[in-house]
Design a protein around this ligand. Structure first.
Ligand code: ADP
Ligand code: SF4
Length: 687
């Protein structure tokens, strides 16, 4: 029998000021790339988490007044009374399942461009703003501005209370908050009582906590979200310096300490750079200073780690953003004694890339996220099958695995045929690259679930051709055969094959992941910009090869800007001794060298390279699909009624897109046409 009692501590109620959380599972504030653009969709996404057992569910940042605005990033507002009903949607949805609702009130300070509202951004002293390429500087706030801001913050707190929130935040984290900009010696050069000593720099934060308590503290808990360390050493707050002193100064003022590290890239560090529980060495001290409950984060997905955090007195509430996105039902699965069913976050930050590209959040592990309202998808429920048709899926990569699982959950009889001797496709290959081991969870979760099902058969070492598919004799065929890296260099920068790219010395990431021999020095030509070029560089460099990575872009790994990793990848490669060559386009592969053209028309250069790895574009593996498509009559007489392709075979993309493609195909399997839904059905603008 499974010992579930050891997790009971996670389900103890926790008193937070005047309110009580029913358990220790706390969804900390997190953005979603949607906010006020589609409040019904956001409310439904939050509701699903409450249904899944989270004791507290919070908003993303709610801007307190028209002096702060983050356009084009979507965010919430409590600027005016008219905004209250919009926020109340989320509160009502969360309350329906007995969870508390928290509102993260905030002012972006120097981080706001105020591009749409066109009021000058505000800061403690005159300084360039962060979130804009434009040369905008903030207005240094005078005493009237500070007074007005405090009144606006207080009014927003009252509106939050009227919307029904149980917890109201004062925000001083991520370097995205006016209160933290006042706190910072970098940005605060004031000579009045709000500048100079730490006591003075913390004054605004203290006043906001007192104001909020006075305004709503009778019925609402007042929380502070505070970054105890900015990872900047002497230039910032540190957990053993001013971070600690601030906690000591304010220890009894809030009802709850929500603590983390800054900036966002460190708070939401990826599995490539940080492992579960990575914030403990920074935030662990807080509970020793305050008697108030403490919530912290650390990409917690293991209930044993969570229990350890509580038992060792690191925190009182298990905070989670990404683990709650990947599996909104994580608490219920632990409560029901089936933690092995948790769809664990892989720490890839594809969710973050949604917000960073001003688009609704998506998740590699959870294809239903932000589709709960728009498409009516539930992460744990699938509609019953619409027919008794048997299904053959060819290819067991993320698309094939997800499609098989989702169809099997619907009750279909599914056969999954895979050419290789293992399943997982690109996930299996890529998770063996340096730092990406946790990505194997995409495969492992699905394989574990599939093994519990009696209506799925998986056959490895079964490469299928068109004849074999037709012989198999099923009504429904789905092709999920993936994509292959191109060898000819065609991609984002090169429109035509690179001369010399047919040489034996030219390899692809598939070759490297497959264990192909290389000879140094190695030159990686990366116009793809994702994690592939730089993880391949790391792998080869660690294996002892001299490696250069060449990009036609101003910087390598452009895509990783969206996952908050780019500025970590560059120094990481530099430390490994990888030579980084920017703004050069591959012109030709020659014997033992390559010719590179300057993208701005400057001089060409020749670099020595005995192996060239092309990380450029990918070609869909759609030969099987096309062959079957061409055999219309044969298909008909074999009884194949539908033939579809999904995932990278349809359109090469990120793993999250393959999982989504497989899931969507299973949802729409019985429909004559694909569902049409507007991309943001309840588009709503405030202002
Ligand atoms: P996706 O991301 O779309 O799931 P992957 O490339 O990760 O694509 O996975 C595709 C899988 O399909 C790989 O594991 C590959 O071995 C398998 N595959 C490709 N062609 C065939 C085929 N003809 N028969 C069976 N399996 C195939
Ligand atoms: Fe975790 Fe990746 Fe999903 Fe974000 S997108 S929640 S990091 S699995």
């Amino acid at each position: 029998m499974r010992d579930t009692n050891r997790y009971d501590v996670l389900f103890e109620p926790v008193k937070i000021g005047p309110v009580t959380a029913k358990n220790r599972f706390y969804q900390v504030p997190h953005c979603n790339g949607t906010s006020d653009w589609a409040p019904d969709a956001v409310a439904r996404m939050r509701e699903i988490k409450a249904e899944g057992g989270w004791g507290v569910v919070c908003t993303e940042i709610v801007e307190v007044s028209e002096t702060t605005e983050l356009h084009p990033f979507p965010s919430l507002h409590l600027w005016r009374d008219a905004d209250i009903p919009i926020q109340a949607k989320m509160v009502e949805a969360v309350h329906r399942h007995g969870a508390l609702a928290g509102a993260e009130l905030g002012h972006f300070g120097l981080a706001a461009g105020n591009r749409a509202i066109r009021n000058p951004p505000l800061g403690p002293s005159s300084h360039l703003t962060f979130e804009s390429l434009e040369p905008f500087q903030c207005k240094a706030m005078d005493k009237d501005d500070i007074r007005t801001f405090r009144e606006q913050h207080k009014a927003a707190a009252v509106r939050a209370k009227r919307a029904g929130f149980d917890i109201v935040y004062v925000y001083a984290a991520h370097n995205l908050s006016l209160a933290s900009h006042f706190l910072s010696r970098r940005y605060n050069q004031r000579s009045d009582e709000y500048g100079g000593s730490l006591e003075n720099r913390v004054r605004l934060l203290r006043e906001l906590l007192l104001d909020t308590r006075e305004a709503v503290g009778d019925t609402c808990a007042v929380a502070i979200r505070f970054a105890v360390d900015e990872m900047l050493g002497a230039d910032g707050v540190t957990f053993d310096g001013e971070g600690r002193e601030v906690v000591e100064m304010l220890k009894d003022l809030p009802d709850l300490w929500d603590v983390n590290i800054a900036d966002w890239s460190y708070d939401s560090d990826t599995s490539r750079f940080a492992k579960e529980g990575f914030q403990e060495s920074f935030t662990g001290f807080v509970k020793q200073i305050t008697d108030k409950p403490v919530v912290g984060v650390g990409r917690f997905t293991s209930p044993d780690t969570m229990v350890s955090q509580i038992r060792r007195g690191v925190m009182d509430l298990i905070g989670a953003a990404r683990p709650s996105i990947a599996d909104p039902f994580l608490p219920n699965k632990i409560r029901e004694g089936r933690p092995e069913d948790i769809r664990e976050c892989i720490g890839c930050n594809v969710c973050v890339s949604g917000e960073m590209s001003y688009s609704p959040m998506r998740c590699t592990q959870n294809p239903t996220v932000m589709e709960e309202g728009r498409r009516g998808w539930h992460p744990e429920h699938m509609p019953a099958k619409g027919s008794d048709d048997a299904v053959l899926i060819v290819g067991a990569g993320p698309a094939g695995l997800e499609c098989a699982l989702s169809l099997a959950r619907r009750g279909y009889e599914v056969t999954l045929a895979e050419a290789r001797n293992d399943v997982g496709g690109r996930v299996t290959a890529e998770s063996a690259l340096p730092g990406l081991a946790e990505w194997a969870r995409v495969r492992d979760y699905r394989v574990h679930q599939l093994k519990q099902m009696s209506n799925v058969s998986i056959y490895c070492e079964s490469p299928m051709d068109a004849g074999q598919v037709l012989e198999f004799g099923v009504a429904r065929v789905v092709i999920a055969t993936g994509a292959t890296w191109r060898r000819d260099g065609v991609g984002r920068a090169n429109f035509w094959p690179v001369p010399g790219s047919d040489a034996a010395s030219v390899l692809t990431p598939d070759d490297i992941m497959g264990g192909c021999d290389v000879q140094g020095p190695v030159l990686i030509y990366d116009s793809d910009g994702s994690y592939i070029g730089n993880t391949v560089a790391e792998k080869l460099s660690t294996a002892g090869y001299a490696v250069s990575i060449v990009t036609p872009s101003p910087e390598i790994a452009g895509y990783l800007f969206l996952t908050l990793e780019q500025h970590k990848v560059v120094p990481h490669l530099m430390k490994l001794g990888v030579d980084i060559v920017r703004l050069k386009q591959l012109a030709a592969v020659e014997a033992g060298s390559v010719r590179l053209d300057c993208v701005y028309g400057g001089d060409s250069v020749t670099l020595e390279a005995r192996t060239v790895v092309m990380v450029t574009g990918r070609s869909p593996n759609d030969a099987l699909y096309r062959d079957l498509l061409a055999r219309g009559d044969e298909r008909k007489s074999a009884g194949v009624r539908t033939l579809d392709r999904i995932g990278d075979c349809l359109a090469p993309s990120i793993i999250a897109a393959a999982v989504y493609s497989g899931h969507r195909h299973a949802r729409e399997f019985d429909k004559a046409e694909r569902d049409y839904v507007p991309y943001l059905p309840d588009m709503h603008q405030t202002g």
